[in-house]
Design a protein around this ligand. Structure first.
Ligand code: 2PG
Ligand code: MG
Length: 441
């Protein structure tokens, strides 16, 4: 069986993502194995991320443009240099921000090619990345960032208003600290999810509750960010954990999406806050539990709108003083030029890594290397519209990332159907890798 790219068949098709929107899946056969990859989709996107084209168009591009390049270049996927040469060529042909292909065309092919290269060596994807990318390889334990309580545009329903029907901040995640394994970390997250569901049902009524885009809880009428945070802290305690010790919290306000460029104000409830006031508001949220739970917060993502670099520099230094990591998502969009800007300004000291913001696995790894060289914490992330692909788990484990952010734990009791495990499948992949490594080692 040949490992040359000239003989590859790539089959692309559209599938539905977790929101029911069309996205792209590819299948490649090599060394007697069929490997697949699919691509997720964001809703609250950064303005500078790689472009996405309609799914049907991406499928066409894969068959008509990308596959001929893959075949014509005819690299040997048994060598890492061959894979990288092919990836580099595809990235170059895709153009700036993947404009001529669309990230949703290039990324699934890119992931599938890495899977092929791994398969040729008889390795799993995480093992292959570890072996071939020594600059990134690490066996550090990855923290699970589990998004159990949802607000913002991932929770808002048609006809509703932020700050009136749902709270404004997009994500309130829990980060288990004290678990000795991923299996136990997931079990901790599930216990908090269950305790929170019971608490919210008692306070607001079960009929007002629903699961938002990332499978976290959302309640119609819970519109105040501070109250939501208090309820989450209470749920952590009710589940039998000490907030800030066993479990920390991380917040993603998705600030760009609360910001109105015309008035230069952030919308929080009925208030319209200046950038300075908004920063003060977030700091006050961080400080309100400080006396009882001094280390409650793990990180804050995008604390300001993505183009306020000077504001970010100032606010980051306040947040970092509190021992809390500032993670750049819409700020950095997994793109080298934006990360370089943040490094020069000494602002966000965490990078949210979303492969589809970049467009290729090769490009994503290059941005991660830059971050690592500058001591920036890596948090590998899903998108709000997900598929059952679990590549991000392999990526997180291969590099020993600081964290993986991949939505709510989706306890099996609440989500009995495996086809709905858009988030859970990543956690299960972490567990499977962990346990196979323990057995092997
Ligand atoms: C975010 C993400 C994922 P989206 O803002 O961090 O949680 O949302 O995929 O909609 O950009
Ligand atoms: Mg974000």
């Amino acid at each position: 069986m040949t490992s040359r790219s000239a003989s590859l068949e790539i089959e692309a098709r559209t599938i539905k993502d977790s929101r029911g929107d069309a996205t792209v899946e590819v299948e490649v056969e090599i060394a007697g194995r069929t490997l697949s990859a699919s691509v997720p989709a964001g809703k609250t996107k950064g303005g500078d991320e790689a472009v996405t084209v309609p799914a049907a168009k991406a499928v066409e591009t894969i068959h008509d443009v990308i596959l001929p390049i893959v075949r014509q270049l005819d690299v040997d996927l048994a060598t890492h240099a061959g894979l990288i040469e092919l990836e580099r060529t595809l990235v170059e042909r895709a153009g700036v921000r993947c404009e001529s292909f669309g990230a949703n065309a290039l990324l699934p092919v890119s992931i599938a090619l890495w899977r092929c290269a791994a398969a040729v060596h008889g390795l799993q994807l995480y093992e292959y990345i570890r072996a071939q990318e020594p600059e990134l390889a690490s066996t550090g334990r990855v923290r699970l960032f589990s998004n159990v309580l949802n607000g913002g545009y991932h929770a808002l329903q048609t006809g509703e208003q932020l700050g009136v029907d749902r709270f404004d901040l997009q994500e309130m995640q829990i980060v288990p600290q004290s678990a000795p394994s991923y299996r136990e970390a997931l079990a901790m997250a599930e216990r908090v999810d269950t305790a929170l569901a019971e608490l919210l049902a008692t306070r607001f009524g079960a009929d007002r509750m629903r699961r938002a885009d990332e499978a976290g809880l959302s309640v119609k009428g819970l519109a105040d960010n501070g109250e939501a945070l208090d309820l989450l802290v209470e749920a952590i305690s009710l589940a039998g954990f000490t907030p800030g010790v066993d479990i920390k919290i991380t917040i993603d306000p998705a600030s760009s999406h609360l910001y109105d460029a015309a008035t230069e104000r952030y919308r929080i409830g009925a208030q319209r806050l200046s950038p300075g006031q908004y920063g003060e508001y977030l700091l006050a949220l961080l400080d309100r539990h400080a006396a009882r739970f001094p280390n409650l917060f793990e990180s804050v993502e995008d604390p300001l709108q993505e183009n306020d670099w000077s504001g970010l520099e100032a606010l980051s230094s306040e947040i970092k003083k509190r021992g809390v990591i500032v993670v750049g998502d819409d700020f950095y969009v997994t793109q080298r030029d934006r990360l370089e800007k943040g490094i020069a300004a000494g602002s966000a000291n965490g990078l949210l890594v979303k492969p589809n913001q970049n467009g290729s696995l090769y490009g994503t790894l290059e941005v991660m290397k830059l971050a690592r060289r500058h001591g920036i914490a890596l948090v590998i992330s899903h998108r709000s519209g997900e598929t059952l692909d679990s590549t991000i788990a392999d990526l997180a484990i291969a590099v020993g990332a600081h964290g993986i952010k991949t939505g709510a734990p989706q306890p099996e009791r609440v989500f009995p159907g495996r086809h709905t495990w858009f988030r859970r499948t990543k956690y299960l992949r972490m567990i499977a890798i962990d346990e196979s490594e323990r057995e092997g080692g």
